[in-house]
Design a protein around this ligand. Sequence first.
Ligand SMILES: *[C@@H]1O[C@H](CO)[C@@H](O)[C@H](O)[C@H]1NC(C)=O
Ligand SMILES: *[C@@H]1O[C@H](CO)[C@@H](O)[C@H](O)[C@H]1NC(C)=O
Ligand SMILES: *[C@@H]1O[C@H](CO)[C@@H](O)[C@H](O)[C@H]1NC(C)=O
Length: 372
Amino acid sequence: MSILKVVLLLLFLPSIIRVTEPCQISMCSRKSIPIRFPFRQEGENCGYPGFNLSCNGNGQSITVLKLPSSGEFFVRSIDYMMQQIQLYDPDNCLPRRLLRFNLSGSPFFAAYSQIYTFLSCPSQFPKPAGFTAVDCLASPTNSVLATSSTGLANSMPPSCKIIATLAVPAAWPDHFGEGFSGGLNGDLRLRWNVPDCGACEAQGSLCGFKTNSSQEIACFDFPKAPGENGLRVFRIMCFSIALPAITFVVGFACFACFMDKARGNRANITARHTPTIVSPQPTIVMTGLDESTIQSYEKLVLGESRQLPGPNDSTCPICLAEYCTEETLRCIPECQHCFHADCIDEWLRRNNSCPVCRNSPSPTQHATSNND
Ligand SMILES: *[C@@H]1O[C@H](CO)[C@@H](O)[C@H](O)[C@H]1NC(C)=O
Ligand SMILES: *[C@@H]1O[C@H](CO)[C@@H](O)[C@H](O)[C@H]1NC(C)=O
Ligand SMILES: *[C@@H]1O[C@H](CO)[C@@H](O)[C@H](O)[C@H]1NC(C)=O
């Protein structure tokens, strides 16, 4: 339905055009996250104290936040409306950073926190239930275990020594007492309350300083780009043409469908032996891959660095959960997209294409639809 796409594009176009003032929007690279008020890229004028970001990493493409008492973190994303920032450790060992974590001097705070006890155990010590193994802190002789249960921590044998008990920022409250509410394995999620731009963001406006010399916040409408009025008229025209057109097409389709059915029913009455249209087709169209093909795709077990090969993110596009250490992943050979093995197996049993790029993974030796 390309008409719908054009209509949607025209409706949202103005918000793309009107971004120039009051504060500049910058990015570390074309693929990086947008930096805007209250954040600023170092060297720019318009930003709130404590919200400086810099650029680093390969080709300066990674956005970096330096916390006054805890050092540099890489920024995964910023939710300007919810006033949340998602951070990760450049060395992929968040627990090491959390052991010396202090937010003092920064405008950020943890939305929730959870008490974790870290223990150092002999390396051959089997990991008991209720504990997370922190692989990146392990040494050849010692493993490090963490738990959010003080009872469990105290019940460990004396060969396990408590390293630290501390409050770890968590993404959401631990309602079920199960621990691991994104505290140790996921990214670090922090929030800010001041400046309060959430309401302004929610109405699609831009937040900024009222004047150059004050710290007072104001909500700015996007300045009108020239030709804005013409554009609005054009949009209204498109909308008023497209809407009746779509209604007509849908109505006509329904009518055609109804007529077809009516004719079919009549045909059934005259020729009694013809099966009705709604009777189940004997050949059910199988569109998934067969088990042997699925099993032939490469599997991998995620190491402690949680580094994925190919064009992959840190979350599984199917179940939207972040990948954790020691999880089994399966990658589609043609496009190198990887997923939790369980998720992609289930998907491929029903579909024969990659859920991300929709490429068909292999030449079709499986049963396909033969009625088109
Ligand atoms: C943040 O950046 C501005 C310039 O862009 C600079 O004047 C200010 O000192 C920086 N603040 C910190 C804490 O580095
Ligand atoms: C965090 O740092 C501040 C000042 O640097 C200090 O006063 C405070 O006690 C520290 N908090 C913790 C939990 O270490
Ligand atoms: C505010 O700052 C901008 C850029 O620094 C400057 O162009 C503008 O003239 C200033 N406005 C006032 C009222 O000082």
